[in-house]
Design a protein around this ligand. Structure first.
Ligand code: GLV
Ligand code: MN
Ligand code: MN
Length: 424
């Protein structure tokens, strides 16, 4: 049997896509090459302007919802049919690089622009989403936009979110120009026929194996917790060691317990991180009276994640009891893993083989808005290699050729899923 030939008219403008990635990277709270774009910061607001402009330049019509998700749409000949979606995020954690999320937004614009140039006439509408706050930096909770779209967080809970400075979501979204009921962010049932997110792998597998495309079959389940430890402060010279109730030292024991529990969970996929650890009063000659920690715990399996969490909680309770420190513990989120849709995975796989690109089915260890889109639509992700698997750091790098291949696979996949009126 001969392999079907992909339409040669679908050609990605790699140089144009690179230029846009570079332009967006310059919109940052930190000097280049560092990218920082925290939700509703000035840089995030300017990046949103850039995204709207880029969408219009790709010939797409733009709308936004009350949480600031940006939708760029190409209406199909049968607009009442569920649409084929793609997209990712442009917010960036402090000290990040330029590709995480951005490749999936600007790459999807370029994929649709390539289809337009090729004369494609979609039957289903094609829609690209720039999701609000995939990163948890401001509110401690990631994927805010897609959680609301999928209805996995209530409007009331979202409304109650506060950042470190006590500012509310409503206050911040209003300042960024967004208003309206958060309930309306939820997607109507069957809005998407399928959803495909393009993203850098953020791990080393594709690069190590020399494979240009990964196709996501599973996304590991993230969870996160906040812990405040209340000890007793005092003079670093005057409070003798037996009398201490040092909140930092209790927190240090918790951080080590996280590492130990993740390693001993029984699953190689369990990962635990304490990425936030703040102490008060933060003076060199004062015993820390309080410590605040955020714990990120993930796994492809829920049983081993639960086992690790139980171990962390009991070690923390023991350390606090021994040190005379009180502990407040709160779950921020505990999400199940998501499965990619087998048919959509197969479609991407076929497209790759027709384009002569090797592909590999894989697990995403990072979370993505696709974790929530998978609850409301058949979903998968297209991964491309990134240098040394680096991500969430300024050295993050994906080769232009790999980015263009990812956008090309996305374009062909979306075209196939949308169907065509005539042409092609
Ligand atoms: C997403 O940025 C994640 O932390 O996995
Ligand atoms: Mn990220
Ligand atoms: Mn991302």
């Amino acid at each position: 049997m001969s392999t079907p030939k992909p339409d040669p008219r679908i050609a990605v403008d790699s140089a144009g896509l690179q230029r846009r990635i570079e332009e967006l990277a310059l919109i940052s709270e930190s000097p280049a090459p560092v990218v920082t774009r925290v939700l509703f910061s000035e840089a995030d607001v300017r990046a949103r302007e850039y995204v709207r402009r880029a969408a219009r330049e790709a010939g797409l019509s733009v709308r936004e919802d009350p949480i600031g998700n940006i939708f760029a749409r190409w209406e199909g000949s049968e607009p009442a049919l569920p649409a084929v979606g793609s997209g990712s995020h442009t917010d960036a954690i402090p000290n990040a690089g330029r590709y995480d999320g951005v490749v999936g937004v600007l790459g999807a614009f370029e994929a649709l622009a390539a289809l337009k140039r090729a004369g494609f006439r979609p039957r289903r509408s094609l829609e690209v989403v720039m999701f609000t706050s995939e990163e948890p930096t401001r509110f401690g909770l990631g994927c805010l936009g897609s959680r609301l779209m999928a209805g996995t967080i209530s409007a009331a809970r979202a409304q109650a979110l506060r950042d470190r400075d006590g500012r509310t979501l409503d206050e911040l979204r209003a300042a960024a120009g967004y208003s309206g009921p958060l309930e309306s962010v939820r997607l109507p049932a069957g809005h998407y026929h399928s959803f495909i997110e393009l993203h850098i792998e953020q791990g080393p597998v594709l690069e190590e194996k020399g494979i240009p495309i990964g196709i996501v079959e599973h996304i590991a389940g993230p969870s996160s917790y906040r812990m405040t430890l209340h000890g007793e402060g005092g003079h670093a010279g005057a409070v003798l060691m037996p009398a201490r109730h040092d909140a930092l030292l209790a927190g240090a024991e918790v951080a080590l317990a996280v590492e130990r529990a993740a390693k001993a969970s029984g699953s190689p996929d369990t990962v635990g991180t304490v990425g936030i650890f703040r102490i008060e009063p933060g003076a060199s000659n004062s015993v820390p009276f309080s410590a605040y920690l955020e714990i990120d715990l993930r796994d492809a399996r829920l049983d081993t994640r639960a086992k690790a969490l139980a171990e962390i909680r009991s070690s923390a309770a023991l350390a606090c009891a021994r040190r005379g420190v009180r502990m407040d513990f709160e779950e921020i989120n505990a999400d199940p893993p998501a499965a990619g849709d087998p048919k959509t995975v197969e479609t991407v796989e076929k497209v790759c083989s027709e384009l002569g690109l090797r592909s590999l089915r894989m697990v995403s260890r990072a979370y993505h808005d696709s974790l929530f889109m998978a609850r409301v639509s058949p979903t998968t992700m297209i991964f491309i290699p990134c240098r040394n698997g680096w991500s969430h750091r300024p050295e993050e790098f994906a080769a232009p050729g790999h980015i263009a291949s990812g956008a090309e696979v996305l374009a062909h996949t979306m075209a196939r899923l949308a169907g065509q009126t005539h042409g092609l």
